[in-house]
Design a protein around this ligand. Structure first.
Ligand code: SPV
Ligand code: MG
Length: 667
């Protein structure tokens, strides 16, 4: 791939990129130079501090991917990027910890007046009794913008004994729950600004936050408060801030890492004040953070190239994924098809992909054999969840890979043949390592299965609801290998690989879940399935809050089934899976019927409550066979006597004129 790196990122990441791709670096380049450099580039990697104006991007007709090596996007026109269908990825997580730690460093430095103490010491002054210092413990920590970073600041503040109170732009139950879980009280903007001893700003810069902290707001802060801005210059009005930092002003001190005017040689009047700490936008600039971001940039570009977007390395078996290869046609319809009718059906893979990307909440219902698959379709569902739990249960074995993968394949093939809607197979761990996954994908495609969900547990697996917290998880790198192997093996570009994250089930926490989410997404997963076993949707909504719409998310609300589905839709979830309900319903019915018949020694009490035999025939498409016999058997009707071969006895073909001579000849 041809890559343009316009901001400095970790040097070892650049070296690694150079070994795999054609890389041009143009740090701090003026607009005219950027316009020239971008001409033949597929990828741009950038950070804050560079203006990627539309007129620059216009000069890059080949541009397919933009990677923001960090978080803020105030230097990019996202609408333009979307309109040009350029894939865009941010890497927000690593910086959050660094910026949050810096906020704490600034609070400590301000509270203890470290800057002034240091300055006086260098002048030979021993200001032990002049330097006034305050504890953080017991102070109110106001967080304007309790998002990813702000929440982390609140957590750290709470650990130091502060009382965090935060506000957000849009309050949802999920936000409230997430903040409450972290010990941060949710309040209005004014309720955050007025009581804060330390007021930390963590909002992005956009039209609604430009000049947010203006003279009016600063006139309402608590006398003696400190202000810390680690968000963006332009959010705090520096002239108004200057006023309040002068003797007699309301603020005791301020720390700014971001400034209205940034860059070499740009000094603001705030630099003249002794109670102000000024740093050059270094919030995310820890060696550890930059290394992690650099690594992520590498992974993102590798994954993008691996998805067929550029020159890609040959994979061991030479099985390069074909783009635009022929779809396997649906095998599902059981009516004699008119010539070409199958070819007109949207392939099941494309149907599933469309469901994942429909932009609204969609539903899959569980099925475990051909009959239940057909029932799901008839009910109106647009897709089927081939559940590992219920397929194994229907076979009378446990959800511990006791049924072999080829036995599951047989079942799912029956399901596929019996239905015209896409099936997402619950493929457990992929039944082995990456190599088993590769073979599985090929076999599933051959059998008309639209997608597979693989989970980051170890083979043989155990159902997540049985001691989920004690189950080991696969190493991230190992599972990433499986996802890549799956994506590289598929022939049909629309076949979907869903990566299932078990970190919340296993009690490994949200950070681990998000880390895995990023890794799996960048490995090429088409969607993530995030699983939770608690009875409230808190974990899932908390995940969505952080994950946003980076890629489609699938959930299985078996345990939090009481949640109104509108909440899932509002959170941006793509697909909810009702994972076991037909099985549970039929078990209940079978148990009741078996008991009643046994006790009555008769079927009389149940006959009226169960479907007639002819409903079974209908579900089996007996009429299709009847019609086919008329077409394909010699003389248009059965060479077999009625019921003689185990078929439904042909109701002789009265509509067909051919039928009569045959009867006559037999007579
Ligand atoms: C299944 O249906 O088999 C699943 C979902 O994997 S769960 O049982 O919730 O783990
Ligand atoms: Mg399962």
């Amino acid at each position: 791939m041809r890559i343009l790196v316009v901001s400095p990122i970790d040097s070892s990441a650049i070296r690694a990129l150079e070994q795999e791709h054609d890389v041009v670096c143009a740090f701090n380049a003026p607009e005219e130079e950027l316009k020239k450099r971008i001409i033949d580039r597929d990828v741009v990697v950038f950070r804050s501090g560079v203006d990627l104006a539309t007129k620059v991007l216009d000069c890059g007709p080949e541009l397919k991917l933009m990677v923001r090596a960090g978080c803020g996007v105030d230097n990019l026109d996202l609408e333009y990027v979307r309109a040009r269908q350029i894939e865009f990825t941010r890497i927000p997580e690593p910086a959050a910890q660094a910026v949050a730690e810096m906020a704490v460093a600034m609070m400590l430095a301000l509270g203890r007046n470290l800057r002034e103490a240091d300055r006086l010491w260098r002048q030979g002054r021993w200001a032990k009794y002049e330097i006034e210092g305050y504890l953080l413990r017991g102070k109110t920590l106001g967080i304007v913008g309790a998002g990813n970073i702000g929440t982390r600041v609140g957590e750290l503040g709470a650990a130091l004994g502060m009382t965090p109170v935060g506000c957000v732009k849009t309050v949802t139950p999920a936000v409230a729950a997430r903040l409450a879980e972290k010990g941060i009280r949710l309040a209005s903007f004014d309720e955050v600004v007025s009581p804060a001893d330390f007021l930390c700003i963590h909002v992005p810069l956009n039209s609604s936050t430009r000049n947010l902290i203006d003279a009016g707001v600063l006139a309402r802060v608590k006398p003696g408060a400190y202000l810390i801005n680690l968000a963006r210059g332009g959010v705090v009005n520096e002239a108004a801030l200057h006023q309040q930092l002068l003797p007699g002003g309301r603020l005791r001190g301020a720390a700014l890492d971001v400034h209205e005017r940034e860059g070499e040689g740009k000094i603001s009047p705030l630099a003249e004040l002794p109670n102000v700490l000024l740093t050059p936008h270094i919030g995310a600039m820890t060696v550890d953070t930059q290394r992690e971001i650099g690594q992520r940039v590498l992974e993102i570009i590798r994954s993008f190239a691996g998805r067929g977007n550029g020159t890609r390395p040959a994979i061991p078996n030479g099985n390069l994924r074909a783009n635009g290869s022929a779809h396997r046609e649906s095998q599902g319809s059981s009516k004699p098809l008119e010539k070409g009718a199958r070819a007109k059906m949207t392939p099941k893979t494309s149907q599933l992909k469309a469901l994942l990307h429909s932009g609204k909440l969609e539903f899959l219902l569980e099925a475990h054999n051909g009959l239940s698959a057909r029932i799901v379709e008839e009910a109106g569902f647009k897709g089927i969840w081939a559940s590992g739990l219920t397929i194994s249960a229907s076979l009378g074995v446990r959800d511990n890979n006791e049924a072999s993968w080829t036995q599951v394949l047989e079942v799912v093939e029956f399901m596929s043949d019996a239905s015209n809607i896409p099936i997402l197979l619950d493929g457990d761990t992929g039944y082995g390592n990456f190599n088993n996954v590769r073979r599985l994908i090929r076999k599933l495609e051959q059998r008309g299965v639209a997608g597979v969900c693989i989970e980051d547990k170890l083979f043989p697996k155990t159902n997540s609801f049985i001691n989920g917290e004690q189950q080991p998880l696969a190493k991230i790198e190992e599972f990433v290998g499986k996802i890549k192997a799956a994506k590289d093996s598929q022939e049909d570009p629309d076949f979907c690989v869903v990566a299932r994250i078990e970190a919340l089930i296993a009690g490994w926490g949200m950070e681990e879940a998000l880390k895995r989410a990023h890794a799996y997404f960048h490995a090429g997963a088409d969607a993530l399935l995030v699983h939770s076993k608690i009875s409230q949707p808190t974990e899932i909504l908390g995940f969505m809050e952080r994950w946003g719409n980076t890629c489609p998310v699938v959930i299985v609300p078996t345990m939090y089934y009481r949640t109104p589905v509108e909440q899932f839709a509002d959170a941006g979830i793509s697909v909810a899976v009702w994972a076991n309900h037909l099985m549970r319903g039929s078990v209940r019915t079978m148990q009741t019927i078996a008991k009643e018949v046994y006790q009555a020694q008769s079927v009389l009490p149940v006959e009226e409550t169960i479907v007639p035999v002819k409903e079974i025939f209908r579900l089996q498409r007996a009429d299709e066979l009847r019609a086919a016999e008329l077409i394909y058997l010699p003389n248009g009707n059965g060479s077999q006597p009625a019921n003689g071969n185990g078929h439904i006895g042909p109701a002789r073909a009265t509509p067909l004129s051919k039928a009569k001579p045959y009867r006559e000849s037999r007579a």
